[in-house]
Design a protein around this ligand. Structure first.
Ligand SMILES: [Zn+2]
Length: 404
């Protein structure tokens, strides 16, 4: 080869050098924030989404993930988990259940309070691969164990409920604390619930962040609790069964709850070990009451069932006939709107951090169990098959990945 030809070849090769780091090809992208539910290829460069198009040439990327027949979503966001592993009573390790299962971003919902938050930040938020943010428990203690040995909750003594310390902790950690959390169940609060809620209200107003309220078997009636909630606040465990939920004994949504929703209070699922009922969900959805966010409340006592992971909770809503785009919206765009996650969370707009999840939507017969042993047989279930965080494949991918 003549020298001139050789130089020309070198220059063409330079031009043809891959432009992208990773290309996720052939999947069906469901990105409700962008109104996309269609076949799209996604190109990633420098950890950001670089291009989305119907077809992007494989030769333009160093690595190609084959996502044919798969669903691709923005990295899922679970706004109710417990990942203060080893410290808070319900805590589980974040990564095996969250990022490894397609959930790139989570909110630890009140495992820690002002006294125990520094450890959550030091040993969890800064250490794990999942992007962990927190709702701060209004009790300094964070969550207290509830068991037959210790049926005493964190709000039984109001001396541990301190607005000033919560405010200070939040002001010092606004990058990772996105709101407040309070658990209002009789054995957690005793007769203190409305007083504790007023203190949480004061703190939330001072820092201008949402307050997530856990309901179920509260000491005071739910209408009184809900009456203290404002626009942007969140009721979790809203699809629970039994007394103390958001419905009356004939499963009609309480008028106070409807009014709260009209003024911008949002409903969260928070499935948990005791807080999701198919019957309640079916009857609420028949009244056109749907959750704003679908979260798992995954923790030690439900991670091996009935919750398992967020994908399983989402699949239960597919069984409840919610369209898949609306299911994914409630674990991507809606959480991002409800809480002040960093810009771009919950969507794959060009230029945003490339967190994405790939799922196989399998067809067959799948048994789903709620928190009351209620069972339903569904015909579709989402299975996580790959996660990409900041442009890098997390762990291993079940899908073929070719690096050129
Ligand atoms: Zn919880």
């Amino acid at each position: 080869m003549k020298r001139r030809e050789f130089l020309a070849l070198l220059s063409t090769q330079a031009v043809a050098a891959p432009q992208y780091d990773l290309l996720v090809r052939g999947g069906r992208l469901i990105d409700p924030a962008q109104g996309i539910s269609a076949a799209r290829d996604i190109a990633i460069s420098g950890g950001k989404v670089a291009a989305i198009a119907e077809t992007i040439d494989s030769a333009t990327s160093r690595t190609v993930m084959d996502a044919r027949n798969m669903i691709v979503t923005p990295g899922l966001v679970d706004v109710h988990v417990h990942v203060y592993d080893g410290v808070a009573p319900l805590g589980i390790p974040a990564d095996p259940t969250c990022i490894a299962k397609g959930v790139t971003t989570v909110l630890d919902a009140g495992s820690s309070g002002a006294h125990t938050f520094p450890g959550l930040k030091k040993y969890v938020i800064r250490m794990v691969d999942t992007r962990v943010y927190a709702l701060l428990n209004i009790s300094l203690l964070g969550q207290s164990t509830l068991s037959t040995d210790n049926p005493h909750g964190e709000l039984l003594d109001l001396r541990f409920v301190n607005a000033a310390m919560a405010i200070k902790t939040i002001e010092q950690n606004r990058d990772v604390i996105l709101g407040l959390k309070i658990r209002l169940t009789g054995n957690i609060t005793g007769p203190n619930d409305l007083k504790a809620l007023a203190i949480a209200r004061e703190a939330a107003d001072a820092v201008k962040l949402p307050l997530m309220v856990h309901i179920g078997g509260s000491y005071s009636p739910v209408p009184q609790i809900v009456g203290m909630l404002k626009r942007g606040d969140v009721i979790t465990h809203s699809f629970r069964g039994g007394p103390g939920g958001i419905v009356d004994d004939r499963f009609r949504v309480l008028p106070e709850v409807r009014r709260a929703m009209e003024r911008g209070v949002q409903l969260d699922v928070g499935h948990g070990a005791g807080s999701f009922s198919f019957e309640t969900a079916e009857k609420l959805m028949a009244q056109e009451i749907t959750p704003g966010t679908i979260s798992s409340d995954v923790h030690q006592f439900n991670v091996n069932g009935p919750v398992f992971d967020l994908a399983t909770t989402l699949s239960k809503f597919l069984h409840l006939k919610m369209p898949i785009e609306e299911v994914i919206r409630r674990a991507t765009a809606n959480p991002a709107r409800a809480f002040a996650f960093p810009a771009g969370t919950g969507s794959l707009k060009v230029g945003t951090t490339a967190d994405l999840s790939v799922f196989e939507l399998r067809e067959g017969r799948f048994e789903f169990t709620d928190s009351l042993q209620g069972r339903r047989t569904g015909d579709r279930k989402l299975f996580p098959v790959a996660t990409v965080k900041g442009g890098s494949i997390y762990g291993s991918s079940w899908l073929p990945v070719v690096t050129g």
